[in-house]
Ligand binder design. Structure first.
Ligand SMILES: [Zn+2]
Ligand SMILES: [Zn+2]
Length: 579
């Protein structure tokens, strides 16, 4: 008997294809009796997963692979993106309740630039009761401590986990073919013997079958909204059968430990329907919006597949761009006769696009609906997350409804709370502007954004987007004015290196070379390992004939970002300058 305790489902947005409704029956068919959900940093899909397990007769284990640092405040203040992974599994109802509280605090109090919530020793200390911890994949803090600091450092790290979790902390072994993974395994096995614990074998699972790696590859390549050359060097992240797992060659008891842990984890369905109390939402207090999913449609899927696979065909871009949004492939084929011919010639693209349609890319706040409960209550019992500057309930919309959470439409509040309604209207307009912007309709976006800023001159998010829209419209003077305003008003320090780089480019288009140089240099001073201003400075110096300095900048750029069009261009220019 073997049990997968490390599985990423759809809540690991843009990093997993595993769908509880579609893929769990196969796990049962493979002869496994239990399985865990451990999405990256979120627990959005625990409920659908739980229900789907029950339907197919699997024992569900609820958990999360959290982003872990020693001290979240310190990481955030230093803008230090280093983090490790840690698997937490709910042993009982209390454990799941604590998991909700812990993950919520990570997003609300330890929010790292809205990209992730951070868990640290303090949070583990406070909410570990009822939780079992596994050291996670190769990027867990225990294996990383061993790889970078040797046995002494790893032992100290183990002792810290042991202090909190006691016998409920397990070193996790895997064999995916990652460099140094075997070294980590050796260290973890040695440490387990020294402390008298049994390690557990897992497989970091992100897609159902081996051959699905290529679909997973597309969604991770296009996770930022455009295609990159990012590639995982191993293709083992699928749900393996017990035989395939045993073939990895670890001692039998390390496999059995996975099933033993799963059997110890028992959470009741009731945990999803907590007592919500009688208090209701207050427009004066902190608001929690409901959420909506951004789902891959036919347009997006075709864009992603052809982008990731670098497929270009005559008129192809026009065919894709002309597709109405929100359709699946069958509907898109009915809408667009040219697409029919093209996909018939490219069945691989059709297959991949079909596979991607329907996968959620992310959750975002739905500003038309609020959760009709006080924030202090919600925070304790429902997963929440910060997104677009606001707080949203992080269950997919269907789950919120199914669990009977009280919702209230914003429209129904316009009579009683006009200030609140006006504020939400601004948020909604901002959403529309973002949509136009994402569709590269910069003219419409800029008109909406100017309206928002007129009503609220301090809306820095709107100003940032407006600056970017002006930049793409080649209205560089106006773009610079917005960038300057943002700088003077201490806009988001996270975005400052990007902002300064863009401002520098705007200045360089305006032929204000010295201002451009100052901007690029300030971007570098803020973030030494940020590549774009290095390239920009190289181009600037190249154009001015300062070849030695240009070569220097390009070389640093290539070291920081060795792949992609700009790196190729930088190499070409270095050669041309004789460097
Ligand atoms: Zn991991
Ligand atoms: Zn993982």
């Amino acid at each position: 008997m073997f049990t997968h305790l490390h599985c990423h489902f759809l809540g690991s947005y843009s990093d997993s294809l595993l769908d509880p409704d579609r893929d769990l029956a196969r796990v049962k068919d493979m002869g496994q009796e239990a399985i865990a959900i451990t999405d990256h940093g979120v627990i959005d899909y625990c409920y659908p997963f739980y229900q789907a397990c029950r339907r197919v007769g699997l024992h569900p284990v609820l958990g999360c692979e959290v982003y872990f640092v020693d001290d979240a405040r310190r990481s955030i203040e230093a803008n230090d993106s280093y983090r490790t992974h840690l698997i937490l599994l709910a042993r009982d109802n209390r454990g799941f309740e604590n998991l909700v509280k812990l993950v919520n605090r990570s997003w609300l109090d330890n929010n790292f630039g809205e990209t992730r919530g951070l868990v640290d020793w303090n949070l583990l200390e406070e909410f570990h009761e009822g939780l079992i911890a596994l050291s996670a994949c190769f990027w867990g803090s225990l294996p990383q401590k061993y790889i970078t600091g040797g046995m002494d450092a790893a032992e100290k790290e183990f002792a810290k986990y042991y202090d909190i979790f006691g016998g409920d902390f397990y070193p996790e072994l895997g064999r995916h073919g990652i460099d140094d993974e075997e070294k980590a395994n050796e260290g973890l096995i040695a440490i387990s013997k020294r402390f008298g614990v049994t390690p557990v074998v897992t497989n970091d699972s992100h897609y159902p079958r081996e051959r699905d790696w290529r679909f997973h590859d597309i969604i991770i390549k296009t996770r930022f909204g455009y295609a990159t050359d990012f590639e995982l060097d191993v293709r083992n992240y699928y749900l393996k059968s017990e035989d395939e797992m045993r073939d990895l060659g670890f001692p039998a008891e390390y496999y059995d430990m996975a099933t033993e842990i799963a059997q110890r984890c028992r959470v009741d369905r009731e945990v999803f329907s907590p007592d919500l109390g009688d208090e209701r939402f207050d427009p004066e207090g902190i608001v929690v919006f409901s959420s909506k999913q951004v789902i891959i449609d036919a347009y997006q899927a075709l864009k992603d597949v052809t982008g990731a696979w670098k497929i270009r065909g005559r008129g192809l871009q026009e065919i894709i761009d002309s597709l109405p949004r929100g359709m699946d492939i069958a509907q898109a084929l009915r809408e667009s006769p040219p697409l029919v011919g093209w996909l018939e010639e490219n069945p691989r693209v059709r297959e991949a696009a079909d596979r991607l349609v329907g996968i959620p890319r992310r959750l975002q706040p739905d500003f038309s609906t609020v959760i009709d409960l006080p924030f202090e209550k919600i925070r304790e019992v429902i997963p929440v997350r910060r997104a677009r500057g606001e707080i949203m309930a992080a269950y997919p919309p269907a789950v919120l409804k199914e669990l009977g959470l009280p919702l209230k439409s914003v429209d129904s509040l316009s009579g009683t709370a006009p200030g609140f309604s006006a504020w939400v209207k601004q948020l909604t307009m901002m959403d529309e502007a973002r949509e136009k912007y994402d569709d590269r309709d910069f003219t419409s976006a800029s008109i909406l954004l100017e309206g928002i800023i007129k009503a609220n001159p301090d809306d820095l998010e709107a100003r940032f987007l407006l600056a970017e829209a002006f930049y793409f419209l080649k209205r560089y003077g106006q773009a610079v004015a917005q960038y300057e305003f943002l700088e003077e008003n201490n806009y988001n320090p996270w975005r400052m290196p990007r902002l300064l780089t863009r401002k520098g480019w705007a200045y360089s288009w305006l032929k204000e070379t010295e201002e451009a140089r100052k901007s690029f240099e300030r971007a570098i001073a803020l973030k030494d390992n940020y590549a774009p201003p290095r390239y920009a400075l190289g181009v600037l110096d190249y154009r001015q004939g300062r070849y030695r300095k240009a070569i220097e900048s390009f070389k640093i750029f290539i070291a920081l970002r060795p792949e992609g069009k700009q790196a190729d261009k930088a190499r070409g220019l270095i050669r041309r300058m004789g460097g």
